[in-house]
Ligand binder design. Structure first.
Ligand code: AKG
Length: 291
């Protein structure tokens, strides 16, 4: 029992086994410090603007949030489509959908004096629960060191195993995900978690992204948050993650809508695109030959 911390060189099978068992796992220093610093610098003015916005009790009165992450912090693109995220999402989500997608992106700065956020599960926005099927995978990237004092994200290991309509886990059983800058806390959509109280003298900054099964509605509309004229600057894989792709049509035309309501700009099929038997989709012509 307990949250496990791994080095990024550890075998992916080990990380997946821990994630499945505990519902959460930390990979220490997964992102390069230079990249993390660039993202934090791009986000700082957005946090300052967010400080002026009225906040809900759930969001916290001393917490700044910014959602249009790729508009304000284009450097974050590398984290949104990080290879480790793809490897884990392929395992957790892809068995249950043809494609998965970004559900939400939120940069969160917890300021000194903030109290602990209500513990919750991210997937409760969907009124369904199917044992053995995770609807979402989340990742919290530490943009500075996450400590016990500055509000490190709290998680309840193994809490993803509780069907929410049946019973609650012991909410006092949380652990703080204490991790150095650049580390990533991956957690299931069903895992109970929440921001910690900040009793330190400095802010805690993180980027929390969720990924959901492609047949679910995105929690926040990514076509609005990252419109086509911005998305076109990103890689085909990232555009597809943002939702600029059909779901499960067997069509290999993925990428950016051309804006003329006539065609999709073609990009090559991705490993993540599989047919209903789990096989990578291959386009065929009318005679059934591979193209
Ligand atoms: O800030 C954190 O550590 C977690 C935030 C969170 O889970 C949320 O706002 O939904």
């Amino acid at each position: 029992m307990g949250l496990k911390y791994f080095d990024k060189t550890v075998a992916i099978e080990t990380i997946i086994a821990a994630l499945r068992h505990d519902g959460a796992v930390v990979i220490n220093e997964l992102a390069e410090p230079k990249l993390v610093d660039a993202i934090a610098a791009e986000l700082q003015p957005k946090f300052e603007e967010a400080a002026l916005v009225k906040k809900s009790a759930f969001d916290g009165s001393k917490t700044n949030r910014y959602n249009c992450v790729l508009r304000g912090a284009p450097s974050a693109a590398e984290l949104v489509e990080h290879d480790m995220l793809i490897a884990l999402a392929n395992e957790i989500l892809l068995p249950h959908c043809a494609t998965y997608q970004v559900g939400s992106m939120t940069a969160i700065q917890i300021l000194p004096g903030e109290s602990g956020q209500a513990l919750h599960r991210d997937d409760s926005l969907y009124p369904i629960e199917i044992a053995g099927m995770e609807l979402q995978l989340g990742v919290m990237w530490a943009l500075n060191d996450f400590t016990a004092e500055n509000g490190a994200t709290r998680v309840i290991p193994e809490s993803h195993r509780f069907l929410r309509s049946w019973h609650l886990p012991d909410l006092s059983g949380w652990e703080a995900g204490i991790m150095p800058k650049g580390s990533a806390l991956f957690y299931m959509g069903a895992t109970w978690h929440g921001g910690g109280a900040n009793t330190s003298n400095g802010p805690r900054a993180g980027l929390i992204n969720t990924y959901s099964l492609g047949w679910l509605r995105q929690e926040s509309n990514q076509y609005f948050e990252t419109p086509p004229q911005i998305a076109e600057n990103f890689s085909p894989r990232l555009r597809a993650l943002l939702g600029y792709t059909p779901h499960g049509s067997g069509d290999d035309k993925i990428g950016t809508f051309d804006g003329e309501c006539s065609a999709w700009v073609e990009t090559p099929p991705q490993e993540a695109w599989r047919d209903e038997r789990g096989q990578v989709a291959v386009a065929t012509d009318s005679e059934g030959s591979s193209q």
